[in-house]
Design a protein around this ligand. Structure first.
Ligand SMILES: *Cc1c(COP(=O)(O)O)cnc(C)c1O
Length: 381
């Protein structure tokens, strides 16, 4: 048992609830790919995958080989899709994990072909198109070489194309509508150039936001990450956040009016006050930009973080919470009683997306799983 005062608490029941809700919302027409990259967005593949498997979902999205390896060790026998272009060496190392690779353009196809040759068997691939204008790893339709690339991919016995994909740059409905329309056209043309019978290849571009906001973006498969964990900007109010970041007050002291607080004397007490030290700092993944801007919950009351953060501690003003004492629970993200520090709160204070913070919290702090659903995971066929 860890003696660390800080921990991330994962609500397994919330993940199960969110998965259920998303499936209900999307209906059976589009296959669901559950995205568990970045150790399930910091929530733990070991926590999330059994829930996904129990629900009968048989496609998951990962990025790294260790994630795919963990999924196989947990008994997942379904399809694993890598959601980014991989290095040739990574693909070779992943041979026995049976990953469907994301082909990020004509050049990258060469690397995947080389990996397939050294593995001695064809690889199942998803061909990424730049239809949405992300310009990260998709083949651009305007590239004069694109037709030649497609014909070469079609003629390569090392590649077995199973899907055509794209990825949106913005969580904005108009942007998604336009991008999805372009993708549908280009994917159809790519299918013809690849010589595949119409409708055979799986076409997919939608993430949580797109799938929940623009039904026309769903196509054959949707790749759902954020919504599983209860954090999406799509209007899906019944999703439940699945993570809390929690620590405890280690000590409280009174300080006189006019005191400066913490490193660089960045904070200041305008009146006499009581300051609590909380053992959690930037080395634990709490962004230093939140110092002086974010707040926490103590006894169900909002209390501001008043220093610039240390490596492993931060300072909270609890002057207005007279009952606060050493040992009290401090919630830095999530609910405490009827109060909540939401993703939007973290985003407003930090100027960046909440996922940039909580994916790190989950990997840097001990994880405790609560509210585990009763059903046993069943391996997928
Ligand atoms: C992370 C990722 C997703 C999932 O996106 P969410 O917004 O978390 O649902 C889907 N597709 C790709 C390519 C990704 O990298």
């Amino acid at each position: 048992m860890s003696t660390s005062p800080a921990r991330v608490e994962i609500d397994a029941g919330a993940i199960a609830h969110n998965l259920d809700l998303v499936r209900g919302e999307l209906g059976p027409a589009s296959r669901l790919c559950a995205v568990v990259k970045a150790d399930a967005y910091g929530h733990g593949i070991s926590v999330t995958l059994p829930i996904v498997m129990a629900a009968g979902v048989d496609v998951i999205g990962i990025t790294s080989n260790p994630e795919a390896d963990e999924a196989r060790r947990l008994g997942f026998a379904g399809r694993i899709i890598r959601l980014r272009a991989a290095l040739r060496e990574e693909i070779e190392d992943a041979g026995r994990l049976d990953i469907e690779e994301w082909v990020g353009g004509g050049d990258h196809a060469h690397a995947v072909i080389a990996a397939a040759r050294s593995l001695g068997r064809p690889l199942r691939i998803h061909l990424s198109l730049n239809s949405t204008g992300l310009c990260r790893d998709g083949m651009d339709w305007g590239d004069p070489q694109s037709e030649a690339h497609l014909r070469r991919i079609a003629a390569s016995p090392e590649l077995s194309v199973v899907g055509i994909c794209s990825h949106f740059p913005c969580e904005d409905a108009d942007d998604v509508i336009t991008g999805a329309r372009t993708f549908r056209d280009q994917a159809g043309a790519a299918e013809r150039l690849l010589g595949a019978p119409r409708g055979l290849l799986e076409k997919h571009c939608a993430t949580s936001y797109a799938a929940l906001s623009v039904p026309g973006s769903r196509m054959d498969m949707v790749r759902i990450g954020a919504a599983l964990y209860g954090d999406t900007s799509a209007a899906a109010p019944r999703l439940r956040p699945a993570m809390r970041l929690v620590s405890r007050i280690a000590a409280i002291n009174p300080y006189p009016a006019g005191s400066t607080i913490g490193y660089d004397r960045a904070g200041r007490l305008d009146r006499a006050g009581r300051l609590a030290v909380v053992p959690l700092g930037y080395a634990d993944g709490y962004p230093r930009t939140l110092g002086g801007r974010a707040g926490v919950l103590v006894r169900g009351v909002f209390a501001p973080v008043v220093d610039r953060l240390a490596m492993n501690s931060l300072i909270v003003d609890v002057t207005h919470v007279p009952t606060a004492g050493a040992g009290d629970e401090v919630v830095l993200y999530g609910r405490q009683g009827s109060a909540q520090i939401s993703s939007a709160d973290i985003e407003r204070a930090s100027g960046t997306i909440a996922a940039a913070a909580y994916t790190a919290w989950g990997r840097l702090n001990p994880r405790v799983v609560v509210n585990v659903p009763v059903s046993e995971p069943t391996p997928t066929p």
